[in-house]
Design a protein around this ligand. Structure first.
Ligand SMILES: Cc1ncc(COP(=O)(O)O)c(C=O)c1O
Length: 379
């Protein structure tokens, strides 16, 4: 019998160990956003990524919110952010009353364009309107050119918060993606390469700032018994049960990256012989975790479009998705400023994300290949 069950874009992939660790939390009765499992997750995370400190939080969005708070972002500040990204890293800018300004990405990496950034920073400095923070994004698990971006921002003393939500297990030069900025944020949402069901991490080499992030994430409680507050905080701490899942997932991160890269290679091998088809490039300075495998369709060479692929796949119970819609085209951001070169527009109109979950077996990968190949072959 043929299996036609749904193939998701990126489904959770448990190793089995998570269940034991969750049981440990039950046994300890720390069924709360407190307890030793959270500490254990933060330590294991730091060991994996090389950050000196990290605060486990309830989401990547919350991690970005706290990062901006720690950097004293205020109403009216400009925050520069990559145009091609998911909204979770951008919404927190507005929580602080600041203005997102969108910058286009490089064609070779799909991440914040350092040449554009250099030019626009120079102009902004002359106009006396420099951003308070710059947020590059490690899109689809590909690190941005972080050293280059940090160096440029250092010239103007602008802190960088890298949105590494999609980049667990990815490498930049000889280190983990996200390491080297003032702050990095990560997501453990259910669709990410490793998950805690929902969760995020704020990481930095600044241990004091991370201690403050933990305090802010727990309602900014002063260390007294009667609940005293001298400033407003958040309820953003990660629950212990989620941290337990995270500890188990970190143990298999390398395997998960390897499997996603294998799936990407299988797609590349199957599709690249079709005219007008290419795959997301990999930057020479790093190793993409291939969180999502993305295929591009050049309209000059093929009549097949991303929506043809998505519709045909959906009809066979296979989930595909267009490349993220650039932020400057989101109705909610239609009044915001941007610096565009046309790259994110082109990627949005020509790119399609293919099922990439590491739990997919060979049968599922071949099912996707067969369906997509049939569409590429034409009617
Ligand atoms: C690039 C990017 N930034 C931020 C987020 C927000 O993370 P979370 O869903 O954990 O809030 C996500 C993922 O959802 C993301 O992909």
């Amino acid at each position: 019998m043929t299996d036609t069950s749904r193939i998701f874009l990126s489904a959770p992939h448990m190793s089995g160990r998570e269940r034991e660790l969750v049981t440990e939390v039950f046994d300890s009765n720390f069924v709360a956003p407190a307890g030793p499992m959270i500490d254990r997750f933060e330590k294991a995370f730091c060991k994996t990524t090389g950050h000196r400190a990290a605060a486990a939080l309830s989401s990547g969005t919350g991690a970005m919110d706290i990062a901006l708070r720690l950097l004293d972002v205020k109403p009216g500040d400009d925050i520069w952010v990559a145009d091609l990204t998911f909204v979770g890293g951008v919404s927190p800018i507005t929580y602080h009353g600041a203005n997102p300004v969108f910058l286009d990405v490089s064609p070779g990496t799909w991440t914040l364009d350092p040449v554009l950034l250099a030019n626009e920073l120079e102009k902004a400095a002359k106009a006396g309107k420099l951003p308070k923070v710059v947020i590059p994004v490690d899109l689809y698990g590909q690190s941005c050119d972080l050293d280059e971006i940090v160096q440029l921002c250092d010239l103007y003393e602008i802190p960088v918060v890298v949105d590494s939500a999609e980049a667990m297990g990815a490498r930049y030069k000889d280190r983990h993606a996200g390491k080297g900025a003032k702050f990095a944020i990560y997501s453990f949402n259910g669709n990410k390469i490793i998950t805690t069901s929902g969760g995020g991490m704020l990481a930095s080499d600044d241990e004091e700032m991370i201690a403050r992030a933990r305090y802010l994430s727990q309602q900014a409680r002063q260390p007294v018994a009667h609940y005293e507050h001298t400033e407003i905080g958040y309820n953003y701490r990660m629950p212990s049960l989620c941290a337990a899942v995270g500890v188990g997932q970190l143990e298999v991160l390398e395997d998960r990256v390897a499997r996603r890269r294998e799936i990407f290679s299988a797609y590349a091998e199957a599709f690249l012989s079709n005219a007008g088809v290419s795959m997301m490039p990999e930057a020479s300075y790093g190793t993409c975790n291939r969180w999502l495998s993305v295929m591009m369709l050049d309209p000059a060479e093929t009549k097949v479009t991303p929506s043809h692929i998505c519709q045909a796949a959906e009809a066979r119970n296979i989930e595909c998705r267009p490349v993220w819609k650039p932020m400057r085209h989101q109705p909610v951001f239609k009044h915001e400023r941007f610096f565009a070169t046309g790259v994110s527009d082109r990627l949005f109109s020509t790119g399609v994300c293919l099922p990439s979950g590491s739990a997919m077996g060979e049968y599922e990968v071949q099912r996707v290949i067969a369906e997509v190949s049939a569409v590429l072959a034409g009617p």
